[in-house]
Design a protein around this ligand. Sequence first.
Ligand code: SAH
Length: 264
Amino acid sequence: MANLGPGRVIFIGAGPGAADLITVRGAARLAQADVVLFDALTDPALRAHAPDAKWVDVGKRGYTGAPGSPDQATINALLVTYAREVDVVVRLKGGDPSVFGRLEEELEALAEAGIACEVVPGVTAAIAAAAATQRPLTRRGNGRSVSLTTAMTREGPLRGAQATRSADTEVFYMGGKQLAALSRRLLAAGWPPDTPVSVVSRAGWPDQRHSEHTAASLAHAGALHAGRPAVVTVGAGAAAVPGVPAGAGLRDAGHTECTAGTTP
Ligand code: SAH
């Protein structure tokens, strides 16, 4: 490892769920931590990698966070403060730090303070969902591009007018609460009503759930995935691979929850 000197911050992608989905490098860096600032969607079992570190919960959901959870400016300030006090600060983020992880704000704050950083990638939720359902995001022939999109903006949920259709497979993050709106948006963007849509919540956790829909029927997924982090995969990469039974990935991994298809 490059010697970055004392007082550095290492951003580590914890992966999407169960603690063993962190990378080997992520686990090794985590073991060096004096202080760990961690997010809501990380597995508490990861504490075993750094039992003597000080663990600070900075979890928040969405752009504004739940009442009482620290805002982004507070997290930035905590990173700078701890980096000046100890050798290694780990910023542990769910999935991959570079995907909807507010990484740019934190890198910017640390750069301004002259603090060295390193980023260790993790498995992002879109990839975990593809693995869980054995539905590859890219497909030879008709699935040549993938986009990762947030269904949430600083101003709130996306509206139909902001519809796009930018890739053969589109994966939406942070859309769990607005599946009906997302369905309207997809249709407005020109996706045929029978376009396959796959919804996976808590991918990578023992209680992960999967359901399959169409662009027109996506709203039906709401009840099954309510209150759980979910990704919505639309288009080529949402279709089942011929011959692979529905829910195969979930069962093979020894998980208890299985598919609940609601395709009409
Ligand atoms: N950096 C994270 C994303 C953080 S934004 C990553 O790379 O995965 C939070 C959103 O990620 C949630 O609203 C949900 O859409 C998605 N998400 C995070 N963990 C998930 C999981 N285990 N299963 C399904 N979606 C998940």
